[in-house]
Design a protein around this ligand. Structure first.
Ligand SMILES: [Zn+2]
Ligand SMILES: [Zn+2]
Length: 277
């Protein structure tokens, strides 16, 4: 265990120095992502066009996120920041970035209390074990995310401000107001933590990512039964590409097959054994 932890902290330090590599990778012409060590941020919009940022990683990453965004869009700020949910590994840099760009941050109504200091998420579940935890313990914030001044609830009709072609899909379970983003014309799906394309509980996946479809990160998932319904909802949309909060984007037959399997066998595949009732 100690060796592993040392590996993580070495990797972390190396990453900290790796500022110049903060560059987004294009998934298609108008969707790109930037993978921080722990979680992804997604940029929707082609270079030179209006754009929107989805999720903001940990608070330690705001300068690197800014670097990656400026590489793609110059100094043109996004129209808004959309959060899939309020966990600190997705909302961590929202405040600094929103202040820098002077733009609003949107989140589902049911998440509002968690990013305005009114409610706290339940603490992570250490019994699920694994790699994410040793990494997270290094990054865990001492204070909750406070976005009172810039946060707004998403419209409740599924539309997303500044993203005409996109809809948000309610995918609760991991958190009460978790959302994913979906564009029907090319079936691109931005999953947040409703599913993952790496297994965050695996000690090695952060360093050696393998692409597979997994359930939501177990450490922070609150309601497994609701999470299962959300995965079934995602599978029914039959996405062509999935960009999850954790892991490298996936597309194609293997992804679609694994997504269907996960939706069918969610209890066995996603829920940690000792949590199945
Ligand atoms: Zn989460
Ligand atoms: Zn996450």
């Amino acid at each position: 265990m100690q060796t592993l932890e040392r590996n993580y902290s070495d990797k972390w330090k190396e990453y900290e120095r790796d500022f110049d590599h903060a560059v987004a990778e294009e998934v298609i012409r108008d969707v790109a992502y930037y993978r921080t060590l722990l979680s992804n941020i997604i940029m929707i919009g082609a270079p030179n066009e209006d754009w929107v940022l989805v999720d903001t990683s940990l608070r330690q990453y705001h300068d690197r996120i800014l670097h990656a965004c400026e590489e793609r869009y110059g100094t043109k700020p996004p129209k808004a920041i959309i959060l899939t949910h309020g966990h600190f590994d997705h909302a961590g840099s929202a405040k600094k970035l929103a202040e820098h760009w002077q733009v609003p941050v949107y989140i589902h109504e049911a998440e509002m209390d968690y990013v305005t200091g009114k409610k706290a998420y339940p603490p992570g579940d250490p019994t699920v074990g694994g790699g994410l935890i040793s990494l997270l313990s290094a990054a865990f914030p001492t204070k909750p995310v406070h976005l009172e001044k810039m946060i707004k609830p998403l419209p409740n009709d599924g539309t997303i401000p500044h993203l005409k072609e996109w809809r948000y899909i309610e995918t609760p379970g991991h958190t009460p107001g978790h959302i994913s983003l979906y564009r029907e014309k090319d079936q691109i799906f931005i999953a947040g933590d409703a599913i993952s394309t790496e297994k965050p509980e695996s000690s090695w996946s952060v360093i050696f990512p393998f692409q597979h479809i997994y359930g939501p990160p177990a450490y922070f998932t609150e309601d497994w039964m609701t999470a299962e319904q959300s995965v079934k909802k995602i599978a029914a949309l039959n996405p062509s590409v999935i960009i999850a909060g954790h892991g490298i984007p996936m597309h194609g037959e293997m992804m679609q097959k694994e997504l269907k399997e996960l939706a069918t066998n969610f209890i066995d595949q996603a829920i940690p054994k000792h949590k199945r009732h």
